[in-house]
Design a protein around this ligand. Structure first.
Ligand SMILES: *Cc1c(COP(=O)(O)O)cnc(C)c1O
Length: 386
């Protein structure tokens, strides 16, 4: 078989497999008049005119791009100022900017772990954490979701000298929160370091919005990852920790060293977003009020709510067909929710991933609930006629 035919066959096989599993994914161009219950812009900062203006002003002052990597000539004063602000916010000595959360996780794990290391991860951790562990060559063990006994059991059995425990802070598809204090305790008892990826917690949880590990010392959580593309409304990520950790990352994280620095205008916008998060707690209060409103109103409808107190409110519909049908029906009403299927979640756990924002009004949430209720009624009607 000629080379190109072999490749064509490979792509066709992959496509056929996925299509037969009804898991072929498509993108939709999102129009501006839709009601978005799928995104991660929890505080509405991506649309905040002050953040947008800071970005425009940042571009005028520093240019449209950084022009080089941080270690060459791309590290500008605005990046430095943002790192200082992030370190202070999270109560850490230093912080280091990465271009995305995916790259931050790859860079941390690849630079800290090697084949002599054992990495222990919650089963529901984000894909970037799993990929980072694979890239590092470390031995990867996965413990049952939020189960510190299972974690302790695996740690006990490990003879590796360096052990690293890794968990999402807020779990991205379930909305539940890791028990940081317990994880810290178990990790310390087994001489392991703890890394928390709080992509969905920063900006949302904690007294000053610094997430589920921001108020915890670097003794308990030595490695804290946060992303800027969710509640902060911009793009990029950071790692916060002691100076020695940050120096190590600057030297050895390949996804930090070998990439162009974040556009300085994004850093300028993020500084403004951070100022708003710290100075205007009312947005977090509004978000929490919206979460409570949604849950209170959803309860009498008998929707399969999960036990989540965060803006991530999954509806476990189990069947992938149901998830796709409900999402399509909502989309017809210009309401967007996440239709999440394996392999993003385990088999049999397909769900609608509903996310709430401080910017939703009660009538927006009413419209969503009315839409969800109509999906239920439609299903019931089908069962009667069938
Ligand atoms: C979104 C997400 C990431 C990736 O962050 P990006 O900046 O979008 O690349 C990493 N970890 C978790 C838990 C996430 O939810």
């Amino acid at each position: 078989m000629p080379v190109s035919e072999a490749w064509q066959q490979r792509l066709t096989d992959a496509r056929t497999d996925r299509q037969q599993a009804h898991r072929w994914r498509t993108r939709q161009v999102v129009k501006s008049n839709t009601l978005d219950f799928a995104g991660n812009d929890y505080l509405g900062l991506a649309q905040d005119p002050r953040v947008c203006e800071a970005q425009a002003e940042g571009a005028r002052r520093y240019g449209a791009g950084a022009g080089a990597s941080h270690l060459v000539s791309g590290h500008l004063e605005v990046h430095d100022a943002l790192e200082d602000a992030l370190a202070q916010w999270t109560g850490r000595e230093r912080a280091l900017l990465f271009s995305t959360g995916y790259m931050a996780n790859l860079g941390v794990l690849q630079s800290l772990a090697d084949r002599h290391t054992a990495i222990f991860q919650d089963r529901l951790n984000h894909a970037s954490l799993i990929d980072g562990a694979t890239l590092s060559g470390a031995r990867l063990r996965r413990y049952h979701h939020r189960n510190s006994n299972d974690l302790a059991r695996l740690l006990e059995r490990s003879e590796r000298q360096h052990k690293l425990v890794v968990s999402d802070g807020v779990f991205s598809m379930d909305g539940d929160v890791a028990e940081i204090a317990t994880l810290a305790h178990v990790s310390q008892r087994h001489n392991a370091w703890l890394m928390i990826d709080d992509a969905h917690g920063v900006g949302v949880l904690g007294e000053n919005g610094s997430g589920c590990a921001g108020g915890v010392t670097s003794q308990d959580v030595p490695i804290l990852v946060g992303t800027l593309g969710k509640a902060l409304g911009t793009a990029g990520a950071f790692v916060a920790g002691d100076a020695e950790l940050i120096d190590h990352l600057i030297q050895f994280s390949r996804s930090y060293v070998y990439t162009t620095a974040q556009p300085p205008a994004i850093a300028a916008a993020t500084l403004k977003a951070l100022e708003i998060v710290q100075g205007e707690p009312e947005h977090r209060a509004q978000l929490n009020a919206n979460i409570a409103y949604f849950r209170r109103a959803a309860l009498p409808l008998g929707l399969p709510l999960s036990d989540s107190a965060t803006p991530i409110q999954p509806l476990l519909l189990d069947s992938e067909t149901r998830v796709m049908t409900w999402a399509a029906r909502l989309a017809q009403q210009s309401i967007y929710v996440g239709a999440i299927r394996p392999p993003t979640v385990p088999n049999g756990e397909a769900r609608l991933r509903i996310t709430l924002s401080a910017k939703h009004s009660h009538s927006d949430i009413d419209r969503l609930l009315e839409g969800l209720n109509s999906c239920q009624r439609e299903e019931a009607a089908c069962h009667v006629t069938a």
